[in-house]
Design a protein around this ligand. Structure first.
Ligand code: ACM
Ligand code: ZN
Length: 471
């Protein structure tokens, strides 16, 4: 492998990926010599992810405008090598490929609160996601059942908030990622051109915060890191200014660890009962000119988005952030992640907000079963491979609004996914279908299903557990 010296990081990553499947590096003039070159001439309006791959009888050439494009070209080549290796071959077909994605945001969310996945598992997952040209790893780091991110000024978030007592096993479960581990994951993903977007879920799904710092809740507790699953009444107290001190410390830490311009602030499934009953929250209502407790969510979103903006970051919220108060609205720079079907996404682009589609109604929830069968793991619904393949993030959107759609993602919530191996089974091969729908659009279900056999062989060769039933 060689090149013009521009793509060293991408080539180093590919070299070890290729040799691990029996395609060791070869030198100039030998068959399979890979040249990684900058695109000659201007890239025009081609995205940084654009590449050209040419496999001839002598050498292989990849040209790209940027590192991302080069990495994608190398991953397409890795797919060809994997297919050959799966068939016991040492040669790949001659091809000419010119390629670039339809959407920049092609994501997967992993819930590491309900189940604490190890760093080696997360790295292995990111590597295989990058093989499929997935561009975003959305890291759900906090929820009622566990806080996974050390914040120096708030040590109890991890000392108390990262562990929950599991009654079934009679012991504490949990863990957290050290700053060094987070840097390792972010850097590993960066080389693979996968952006890591952290999520800190506020002001609901905050059980692990309240267990650590009960003064931040409306009632003062007692609270616990939840062992049950569901939606809980206890949320951060909107009348207590200290919740913003905590948010500031968290955002500062995120700023140090994550280069992404996005921070996901959650905002989903907030219950308003405590705010209606709490004297401090009622004071806040009067002070802010609001009428109903529910409107405080909008006031909090505005504050959090502003704090992120000061730190050069853009907030993303689940689609509940659209249910704003007329007085405070939804800040322009908040991107919306549409999960309760597609209507939130459609409304958000109509209101001029950037959108990431992740509708639970169209296959994007990977905690749902693959198909309706008592023997299948999963809960709450069905997400079929064929639904994901048919996903069109622009469905129901018109005109210029469509340019506000960054792309789509699948989400793996982990209440019942208590091992990396089970996570693999829920993710694969559904993510292959979504990745292709977002990269190249829909070639038709029959076309994809024919190629699914090839996907399956590659996944097998990589040692990943996968679902093999009806698509
Ligand atoms: C969600 O599924 N609560 C975003
Ligand atoms: Zn309160």
């Amino acid at each position: 492998m060689g090149g013009d010296g521009v793509f060293k990081a991408e080539m180093d990553a590919a070299r070890s990926q290729f040799s691990s499947i029996g395609f060791p590096d070869s030198g100039p003039g030998t068959p399979g010599w890979i040249r990684c070159l900058s695109l000659d001439g201007p890239a025009g309006d081609k995205t940084d992810e654009y590449y050209r791959l040419s496999v001839g009888t002598g050498e292989i050439t990849i040209k790209a405008a940027g590192g991302a494009g080069m990495y994608h070209g190398l991953q397409t080549l890795r797919q060809l090598f994997l297919s050959a290796a799966a068939n016991g071959k040492q040669c790949i077909p001659c091809v000419e490929i010119e390629d670039w994605p339809r959407f920049p945001w092609r994501g997967l969310m992993l819930d590491c609160s309900r189940y604490f996945y190890s760093v080696p598992f997360i790295k292995k997952l990111i590597d295989v996601l990058s093989l499929h040209h997935i561009s975003v790893f959305h890291w759900h780091l906090t929820d009622d059942q566990g806080w996974r991110l050390p914040i120096p000024a708030y040590p109890l978030l991890t000392e108390i908030g990262s562990r929950r007592f599991d009654k079934r096993r009679g012991r504490y479960l949990g863990g957290f990622y050290s700053h060094d581990e987070i840097r390792e994951v972010v850097s590993f993903a960066g080389v693979r051109h996968v952006e890591v977007v952290p999520e800190i879920d506020l002001p609901g799904h905050a059980g692990s915060i309240l267990a650590a710092y009960p003064g931040l809740g409306c009632t003062g507790g007692p609270y616990r890191v939840e062992d049950r699953f569901g939606i809980f009444e206890d949320v951060l107290c909107a009348g207590n200014d200290s919740i913003f001190d905590l948010a500031a410390a968290v955002f500062d830490t995120l700023g140090e660890l994550f280069p992404s311009k996005y921070v996901h602030i959650g905002g989903d499934e907030v219950r308003f009962k405590r705010w209606e009953e709490c004297p401090k929250c009622q004071n806040r209502l009067h002070e802010t000119g609001l009428n109903e407790g529910r409107e405080l969510q909008s006031w909090i979103t505005v504050k959090l988005a502003g704090m992120l903006k000061e730190r050069g970051k853009t907030a993303i919220g689940w689609d509940e952030v659209l249910e704003d108060s007329p007085r405070y609205g939804l800040p322009e720079n908040v991107a919306v992640m549409s999960w309760r079907g597609v209507k939130g996404g459609i409304e958000a682009v109509r209101r001029g907000r950037q959108v990431i589609m992740s509708p639970n109604s169209s296959g994007c929830y990977l905690d749902y079963k693959h198909h309706d069968d008592l023997e299948e793991p999963g809960q709450l619904g069905i997400s079929r491979i064929s639904q994901l393949y048919a996903l069109d993030p622009l469905a129901g959107m018109e005109g210029n609004a469509r340019s506000l759609v960054l792309g789509a993602q699948a989400n793996l919530w982990s209440e019942l996914i208590y091992a990396g191996k089970i996570a693999e089974y829920m993710i694969f091969p559904r993510i292959c279908a979504l990745a292709e729908a977002l990269w190249s659009g829909n070639a038709g279900p029959d076309d994809f299903l024919e190629r699914l056999t090839g996907h399956r062989r590659r996944l097998d060769l990589l040692g990943l557990l996968q679902y093999r039933g009806e698509p």
